[in-house]
Design a protein around this ligand. Structure first.
Ligand code: TXA
Ligand code: MG
Length: 310
């Protein structure tokens, strides 16, 4: 693995110039740029073909720099202490004197922020004097990237650099919780709602149903492999591939599996890369076995349901 300081230096050089680069996180790869620079942030939207009214998550390495941009509260402090750095994104009130580019938030007064856990990314953030806006590194509505090669496949030569941090440990995006009012989950993700509930010890609301107003993490058609996908299946469709959740001794050519033994962490970690591989093989559709709807399985099913609306 190319984990060395010279790669981090290179990444910093591009970011300082206002370029967008691919960065590894523990959830999925991000397409990162200086969150204080409108010029840099606008490049993210263009590269991703992302609607301008869909705000970005900003990544910080420490709470001191976060406090320059956001107002924090008790619920935040509790969750931060327990789960950050890690797969949780907080929506907080933006400070009036914050330097965050207005393009990051599209005129809103709230900012989504997170503290990523990947060592390489943390190391990079520590060397910068600005936080990094970074949506998932994929063309809007497509599959997120979990390896540097996925990012390359999405953007080709349009981005100048990808910091290679290996395969993402979790493989699903972060859980988003809005703490500007009553704690409300906006997106299921890598951290379970139950764990959040147990830490806050108060009622947690959820608002994860797709909305008319676009917030693509909440939109149907998101996370699509670009070919029809059917959930809860027992066999493939004609000309299609079949995705099993557990390894079988004898499998056909068009069969793939997500884990050795139905382990949900392993299934999550392999999900996007398996879907990407199947799509690239040229199959006309993907049928996938039923995923148990508990723990991370809930997040996996959320993503598959949206992807299946393609
Ligand atoms: O794990 C992750 O969260 C990854 C890694 C790279 O950090 N990032 C990611 O970003 O998934 P993205 O842009 O693909 O999804 C962010 C979601 C979008 O659905 C966006 O609408 C929502 O977060 N969001 C961003 N800012 C928001 C805000 N201020 N209020 C409510 N939702 C927000
Ligand atoms: Mg995304």
């Amino acid at each position: 693995m190319k984990y060395n300081q010279s790669n981090i230096k290179k990444a910093k050089k591009y970011l300082d110039k206002g370029d967008c680069i691919g960065v590894p996180t523990e959830t999925v790869y991000g397409l990162a740029a200086n969150a204080y620079s409108s010029l840099a942030v606008k490049k993210i939207f263009k590269l991703k073909k992302r609607p301008h009214n869909n705000p970005l998550i900003v990544h910080y390495s420490n709470i001191k720099s976060l406090k320059k941009d956001c107002l924090i509260n008790n619920s935040f402090t509790k969750l931060y202490k327990k789960f950050s750095p890690g797969p949780i994104t907080f929506v907080l009130k933006l400070r009036k004197d914050s330097k965050i580019s207005k393009y990051v938030i599209n005129k809103q007064k709230n900012l989504a922020i997170r503290f990523p856990k990947h060592n390489l990314f943390k190391n990079l953030l520590n060397k910068l004097d600005y936080p990094l806006a970074a949506p998932s590194a994929n063309i809007s509505n497509k599959l997120s990237s979990v390896m540097a090669s996925d990012v390359k496949e999405e953007f080709g030569t349009k981005i100048k650099y990808i910091l290679d941090g290996g395969k993402c440990k979790i493989g699903l995006e972060s859980t988003i919780i809005d703490l500007t009012n009553k704690p409300t989950i906006l997106r299921l993700g890598g951290l379970g709602v139950k764990e959040i509930q147990n830490t806050l010890n108060k009622k947690i609301y959820t608002s994860i149903k797709p909305k008319k107003k676009i917030m693509p993490g909440q939109s149907l058609f998101h996370y699509s492999p670009g070919i029809p996908l059917k959930t809860n299946m027992k066999k493939p469709l004609i000309d299609g591939a079949f995705l099993l959740i557990k390894e079988r001794k004898t499998i056909l050519n068009n069969y793939y599996y997500l884990s050795k033994n139905k382990n949900l962490d392993e299934i999550a970690k392999n999900l996007y890369s398996c879907l990407r591989k199947m799509k690239n093989k040229g199959y006309k559709s993907i049928a996938i076995e039923k995923i148990p709807n508990k723990g991370l399985g809930k997040t996996i099913n959320d993503r598959l349901n949206r992807a299946s609306k393609y």
